[in-house]
Design a protein around this ligand. Structure first.
Ligand SMILES: [Zn+2]
Length: 58
């Protein structure tokens, strides 16, 4: 279940890929309706990382 404090954060959270609002999805997810990515909520913390992205080292 998504904790209440996470639901209250939805006003300020956004998808890191397209910067669109997130909506609750299922028991422990936040979904972006733009790109359809679903980000997990683990231990009450939304994990808003784009799993496919990598960081290029200098
Ligand atoms: Zn998105």
């Amino acid at each position: 279940m998504i904790p209440p404090h996470v639901l209250e954060m939805l006003d300020i959270l956004a998808c890191p890929v397209c910067l669109k609002p997130l909506v609750p999805r299922g028991e422990d997810g936040l979904k972006c309706n733009e790109c359809r990515r679903v980000y997990p909520v683990r231990n009450g913390i939304p994990i808003l990382q784009e799993p496919q992205a990598t960081i290029e080292q200098l």
